[in-house]
Design a protein around this ligand. Sequence first.
Ligand code: NAP
Length: 320
Amino acid sequence: MKFNFKIVISILLIITVSIFILFIIKKNINVNQNKNSVLKIVERNKFNMTSKKVLLNNGVEMPIIGLGTWQLTGNVVENSVYTAIKNGYRLIDTAYWYGNEENVGASVRRAISDGLVTRKELFITTKLPPYGFSDYEKAIDDCNERLGLGYIDLMLIHQSGSDEKKLYRAIENKIDEGVVKTLGISNYYTKEAFDDITSDAKIMPAVIQNENHIYYNDKEFQEYVGKYGIIIESYYPLGGRGHTNDSLNNDIINNIAKKYNKTPAEIILRWHIQSMFIVIPGSSNENHIKENINIFDFELTDEEMNRINILNTGKRYENW
Ligand code: NAP
């Protein structure tokens, strides 16, 4: 039989193209099924100002205000966490990078053993960077061990990085095992970055923790991820350490504060939760900790919300 080189090449080409097309279709079906499955939950995730919680796209309830613990260590963070829980906070935000997971865990255990709260009522977030580890499932187990609270309510990928897909997969696996309850990402600001990290996700993120404050909040991005029922959690809610005066001294904020007999911090934090952003102001000052959760006895009007919304400059303080 005469060997026809052209026919063989054509057949090989057709097979390769078909396999490629099938691969793309399968990948899209998986992602779309996954994305569609969270769409129906979107209408449910309104902020409940009485329970101070929101229902996430995975069916878990998350408190809408918490304590941030960046730059707080040792006794300082232990006292802050205890004070926060004593004053009604149920969400605590820590991270591997903050070097304070053990202190946060110890303080939470003390609050539980003193009868202030139960483990189930609390929501503990930690974060891992997507680089520097050879085994991400072990890295998550180590966070869990340092915290010593049985499980992690929310595990965030701290920022993008070379191993982000590996860490994503590890969090998904730890959700299957019950070590982690909810998956989230942090410092993802563009549609492209979001689409990339979720391109072959089995579980969509429920929360994106980003820099977000009166001078930076990206409505277009919020709407894009909002289609999947994803909630934005604001870090630097008061502008962040070193920048809080920009926010707290703002004239519009101060005028509104006078009207309600509230502090500028309370007005800003109320604006966050009325915008459906979870907030985690950081503080080691007992009076500030008490003040920051005192935001459920008044409501900003639509006009006041708009006056604050237009302060957005579209510029972040950080570029990580
Ligand atoms: P922030 O909450 O915007 O600001 C914290 C600063 O505000 C502190 O200096 C605090 O000082 C002051 N403050 C708090 N309440 C106040 C009040 N009522 N009146 C006046 N000043 C007040 O910034 P942040 O702590 O950097 O961010 C919040 C949390 O987000 C962090 O703690 C951390 O958990 C998280 N975070 C995450 C990332 C990320 O990459 N995912 C990055 C940064 C932060 P006092 O201690 O004196 O109250």
